[in-house]
Ligand binder design. Structure first.
Ligand SMILES: [Zn+2]
Length: 427
């Protein structure tokens, strides 16, 4: 089964926003003006062309570059070659999708409907395309790594992250979606058929490698999980030295399950006391770790008194197991405290997967499909009534997107022929 995304081919196709089609057709007859338009567009985004490693042009095209006009599905497009390294760039105008007959505005509507939770089949019906064409389109975007696209938006690699796995099903089998979130942005959405630490390490490792490739000195300082063993182990392997915290909200949800054979009001009262305890521990900045240890011991005594020895003992063992993770959350004020945003992301993705059961076929590329959905999750703006209406997740987290049109952003950011100008990393 296709578990890993195919490596991105070194394609040097670039999508350029010509604003409207007439501008494009006018420029076709004027090579100098054409190249100048392309370069001005790249400059405005802070991008450079991806020349070959040896190229002394350092990412620039010159007037001496070679041009050829080719016909692509009835449309004339330009290919530009660097005279020094011979790298060839195919310039796609904004109104064309790479390798696809489908027009971007058709794709936009279909992808938006998919993102909104409509099944691929229904999206295909309302947009007059085949479900398979839509599936392949999402996979095509998904062949580009989340890390590449997000760093092109000037987002720094995440230093504190949420990591957790969604348990899902693919046809009848249990599958897992190891996920890394920072704020409202998905940095990794993997796919494994095993819940082992080894399988998770392999999945999360794809993120770790992509990030290290962008920035060799990249380090994760803190990871919040909800304590699943394979997740914790894989984080320890991949990010040695990172603080591993356990979500405090999950702790609150778990407590009632540790208290058996007692009246409901007693359970409720204990839960609310535990809530207060964690809340106060967060408020007291200086001594909060010490304070938490002491308060947890007092709380166990209180449980023993009000709910009996068996419950007291169960809670004590549970605290023993989890408290290092809670300390880690409280010891670093930059650590995320709850995994709420990650749960939201998982729920959004789960709704889509649920709608797409028909596409979990043995030959499918689940990893590429999921990554494609993650791009949509990051780049499609929130709706009118949402808290951050009109902005996409990338923007809410402080990133920049190339244009005001999310579909065009998706086309541009998943182009193969760009790299970020070096300057944008140092500022
Ligand atoms: Zn070159």
């Amino acid at each position: 089964m296709g578990q890993t995304a195919k490596p991105t081919r070194q394609n040097r196709t670039i999508t350029i926003d010509f604003h409207d089609e007439t501008t494009y057709f006018a420029l076709l007859s004027n090579p100098t003006a054409f190249v100048e338009f392309v370069l001005a567009f790249l400059l405005s985004l802070g991008f450079q062309l991806l020349h070959k490693g040896s190229c002394s042009e350092g990412g620039r095209l010159t007037r001496h570059s070679h041009y050829t006009r080719v016909r692509l599905g009835g449309l004339t497009i330009w290919r530009i070659q660097c005279t020094i390294c011979k790298a060839v760039f195919t310039v796609l105008p904004h109104f064309v999708l790479r390798y696809r007959q489908m027009r971007p505005e058709v794709a936009r509507d279909a992808l938006l409907a998919t993102h909104g939770g409509l099944s691929l089949e229904w999206c295909a019906v309302i947009c007059h395309i085949s479900p398979m064409a839509l599936y392949r389109l999402i996979c095509a975007f998904g062949h580009h790594s989340l890390v590449t696209v997000l760093t092109r938006c000037d987002l720094p690699l995440p230093v504190y992250v949420l990591a957790d796995e969604k348990h899902s099903t693919c046809r009848a089998d249990r599958v897992y979606l190891p996920t890394i979130v920072c704020g409202r942005v998905l940095w990794h959405l993997g796919y494994t058929e095993a819940a082992s630490a080894a399988a998770f390490t392999q999945s999360y490792g794809a993120f770790q490698r992509a990030a290290a490739q962008q920035e060799p000195s990249y380090r994760v300082r803190g990871v919040l999980t909800d304590g699943f063993d394979s997740t914790t182990k894989s984080m320890r392997t991949l990010f040695p030295g990172a603080r591993l915290g356990i979500c405090l909200r999950h702790a609150l949800l778990k407590l009632p399950k540790k208290l058996t054979a007692i009246a409901s009001p007693v359970r409720k009262a204990l839960r609310s006391q535990f809530h207060t305890l964690l809340y106060r521990a967060r408020q007291r900045k200086g001594l909060r770790v010490f304070a938490l240890g002491q308060r947890l011991r007092h709380f166990v005594d209180h449980v023993t008194t009000t709910a009996g020895t068996a419950n007291g003992e169960r809670v004590r063992c549970w605290f023993q197991d989890k408290k290092a993770g809670w300390y880690a959350v409280l010891a670093d004020s930059q650590m995320p405290v709850t995994s709420t945003l990650l749960d939201q992301a998982h729920n959004a993705i789960e709704r889509k997967l649920f709608m797409m059961k028909g596409f979990h076929h043995p030959g499918g590329s689940q990893q590429a499909f999921l990554t494609g959905l993650a791009h949509l999750y990051n780049l499609i703006p929130y709706q009118r009534r949402a808290q951050h209406a009109g902005q996409c997740g990338v923007e809410v987290e402080g990133g920049r997107v190339p244009t005001a049109d999310w579909m065009l952003n998706l086309q541009i950011l998943t182009s193969g022929g760009f790299r970020c100008a070096v300057a944008s990393f140092t500022t």
